[in-house]
Design a protein around this ligand. Structure first.
Ligand SMILES: Nc1ncnc2c1ncn2[C@@H]1O[C@H](COP(=O)(O)OP(=O)(O)OP(=O)(O)O)[C@@H](O)[C@H]1O
Length: 290
């Protein structure tokens, strides 16, 4: 039996449409399933946790955006129960990275093929990041997008709009990063992205070499850059060309701590989850996905 967890409001109502399409296939092919629609923030994690030990559930299939993947994934990390995913959000970065077809029928066929792969996640603030996280400028962009109705009007362009809005307000801070025991201080830190997958923010290649099976996290740190330079390199992130800029540092690590003189907003998979100080530990191959 398949357990479906659907965020019907994701992607401005796309979640509901996609669910209706999938429901038809389930009924036509007489595939046993049960479906729960999420009612509030965090509900998908509670639902996934509650069925994660049930042997009759073959896989948990999330329908929604990256926030839904984050929540369902958080309920499944460490359980071995596979996560299937059908995208219905606005950013859909997890789907892009996993090459999950945009067509719901094709995505569901992939679920039915049941080819399980184990990917890395990372623990932070009593949660797990499934694909990507961001601290500082990034966190503020996620906060702006989530607080407003930007996604409703602009879809994935909401991230670009929010990035520009944040750029006009953000002031770099003093921060210290410790990666696997090596500490470095920054006098003006813009942002740190810590990822398992190359893309985020609707397709920006922030850590182009990130690999979700290598047992480590990719870290992109931007510091000591003027406001005008930061704005100039933003478009180059879509092709991953920002990595050539001297103010951009790419590293890999397993355990990362970040402290800062002013609290920085932290997001995981686009969901704002807290502020610095922050500690992140990779959890190698801890989530089964289809
Ligand atoms: N019934 C609900 N009412 C309000 N919010 C909900 C409900 N169900 C889930 N949520 C919340 O909606 C948020 C956004 O969900 P999700 O990321 O899946 O969609 P999206 O924002 O449209 O897509 P993307 O993240 O790809 O841009 C999540 O924080 C989730 O907790």
């Amino acid at each position: 039996m398949y357990q479906l967890i659907v965020n019907e409001s994701s992607g401005n109502g796309r979640g509901r449409k996609v669910w209706r399409q999938i429901q038809q296939i389930l009924e036509q092919q007489a595939i046993p399933y049960q479906m729960e629609s999420t009612q509030y923030r965090g509900h998908a994690t509670a639902l996934a946790q509650s069925i994660s030990t049930r042997p009759d559930i073959k896989a948990v299939v999330a329908i929604g955006g990256d926030g839904t993947v984050h929540e369902v994934g958080n309920g499944l990390v460490g359980t071995g129960k596979p996560l299937g995913y059908i995208q219905a959000g606005s950013g859909n970065d997890f789907a892009k990275a996993q090459q999950i077809p945009t067509d719901p029928f094709e995505a569901f066929n992939r679920v039915l093929r049941h080819q399980v792969r184990r990917i890395d996640t990372a623990k932070l603030h009593e949660r797990f990041l499934i694909g990507f996280s961001g601290i500082g400028f990034d966190g503020m962009v996620a906060e702006t997008v989530n607080r407003s109705s930007l996604k409703r009007w602009f879809g994935k362009l909401a991230y670009l709009y929010a990035a520009f809005y944040t750029w006009t307000r953000y002031r770099p801070v003093q921060a210290t990063l410790t990666i696997d025991g090596t500490t470095r201080s920054y006098s003006d830190l813009w942002m740190v992205a810590i990822t398992n997958i190359p893309n985020y923010g609707g397709g920006m290649l922030i850590c182009p070499e990130a690999d979700d099976e290598d047992g480590s996290l990719d870290i992109c740190c931007v510091s000591q850059m003027s406001h005008s330079s930061f704005l100039k390199i933003l478009p180059s992130v879509f092709k991953g060309n920002h990595v050539q800029h001297p103010a951009v540092t790419l590293t890999r690590g397993h355990t990362i701590t970040i402290t800062s003189d002013l609290p920085l907003t932290v997001h995981a998979d686009g969901e704002v989850i807290g502020q610095t100080p922050l500690s992140i530990q990779v959890q190698p191959r801890s989530l089964a996905i289809l």
